[in-house]
Design a protein around this ligand. Structure first.
Ligand SMILES: NC(=O)c1ccc[n+]([C@@H]2O[C@H](COP(=O)([O-])OP(=O)(O)OC[C@H]3O[C@@H](n4cnc5c(N)ncnc54)[C@H](O)[C@@H]3O)[C@@H](O)[C@H]2O)c1
Length: 337
């Protein structure tokens, strides 16, 4: 089989510690090109990783016929533009989370993938963790019964990413901790619940730390929480912060069904057999979600498989995030469109 050659769009943090090392570990895969308007950064990354081509503009990278697929590792507001251009140029796309800054943008990406007949996979790396895949399998086999409640959170006491960079500028990020961290946790819970259709959202968002920082642009929320109700009656509670007066950082994902409940980090299952309460601690070899995500993307290209985290599901998650922000702004329940 000929080598699969990939291009990296955006040479910042996640490209350097996530995508490039993951591609380099795979046999039959070559990172052929990288691009970034900060061309000096791209050049340095290319040198360190023996990447032959460096561009300032991703449109130049997309002209390389040998490139079969790209990873989009740019700030959030550029995901849609770069993904649509790459898909239209006939490339398969692995796009970082959040898929976009709105459901409207996500829809355009999905349509572009469908029209081009190319893969659009979203970098929801938590889905690919080995304990998540193990739990998903147990859920599919009916171990938890019908899941009717889930709760998740990623609460940082103080952990505002790239303060003053695109991360804290709403126009470029699309929002704060909800779209940055909450997207991981809400997606993970929703995935484990079996991706039910959403009905409504009631949420709050607060900006209590941002007004204290006037030296840089910081106009996103710093905490949000809420409840999502699904059409099949299930409920998901979430909470997420970049800054909150909490004792320490807290990360959790829990799902509760008629036969059993489960939590992650580490994976534990709680059920009852013959009137006896049983706790199960499955032994799962830990595998990095980022490495597995990239391995799966290449596998999907080789075997023409539908990804575990397809653009269509990323779009559904973006609809949830839009509804959460709308509910927080209007101060009332919002029906998910
Ligand atoms: N899945 C995860 O765990 C994870 C972790 C971190 C970041 N991310 C996501 O990855 C994306 C990038 O985050 P990051 O932390 O690497 O940010 P970053 O700011 O470190 O890197 C972004 C890079 O994109 C470049 N860029 C800007 N405009 C560009 C353009 N038009 N073409 C090409 N490159 C351009 C910037 O110059 C910068 O080097 C974001 O969407 C973020 O949410 C995901």
């Amino acid at each position: 089989m000929p080598k699969i050659r990939v291009g990296i769009i955006g040479s910042g943090g996640v490209a350097q510690w996530g995508h490039i090392p993951a591609y380099k570990k795979l046999k039959g895969v070559e990172v052929l090109a990288i691009c970034d308007p900060r061309v000096e950064v791209a050049e340095e990354v290319a040198k360190r990783n023996s990447i032959p081509y460096v561009f300032k503009d991703y449109k130049e990278l997309l002209k390389l016929k040998e490139i079969r697929a790209v990873s989009i590792c740019t700030p959030n507001y550029l995901h849609k533009e770069a993904a649509v251009a790459a898909l239209s140029a006939g490339k398969d796309v692995l796009c970082e989370k959040p898929m976009a800054t709105s459901a409207k943008e996500a829809e355009k990406m999905v349509k572009a993938a469908q029209e081009a007949g190319r893969i659009l996979m979203i970098g929801l790396n938590n889905r690919f963790r080995s304990e998540v895949q193990a739990l998903k399998r147990l859920i599919k086999e009916g171990e938890l019964g019908d899941i009717y409640y889930a709760k998740c959170g990623w609460l940082r006491r103080r952990g505002i990413p790239g303060l003053g960079s695109w991360f804290t500028e709403e126009a470029k990020s699309g929002g704060g901790p909800l779209i940055d961290l909450g997207v991981h946790m809400i997606d993970l819970a929703w995935y484990l619940m079996g991706c039910p259709k959403a009905h409504s959202v009631t949420a709050s968002a607060y900006q209590k730390f941002a007004p204290q920082i006037s030296s840089v642009i910081y106009d996103t929320e710093d905490f949000s929480c809420g409840i999502i109700k699904f059409k099949g009656q299930a409920t998901l509670f979430f909470e997420t912060s970049w800054a909150l007066n909490i004792k320490e950082e807290l990360l959790y994902s829990e799902v509760y069904g008629t036969k059993g409940g489960a939590r992650l980090d580490p994976l534990e299952i709680y059920s009852e057999k013959n009137g006896i309460l049983i706790d199960i601690c499955p032994k799962v070899k830990p595998l990095s979600g980022h490495q597995e995500e990239v391995r799966h993307f290449i596998e999907c290209i080789k075997r023409k498989k539908k990804p575990i985290s397809p653009g269509e599901e990323g779009w559904e998650v973006m609809k949830l995030l839009d509804a959460i922000y709308e509910s927080a702004e209007k101060g009332r329940e919002v029906i998910v469109g």
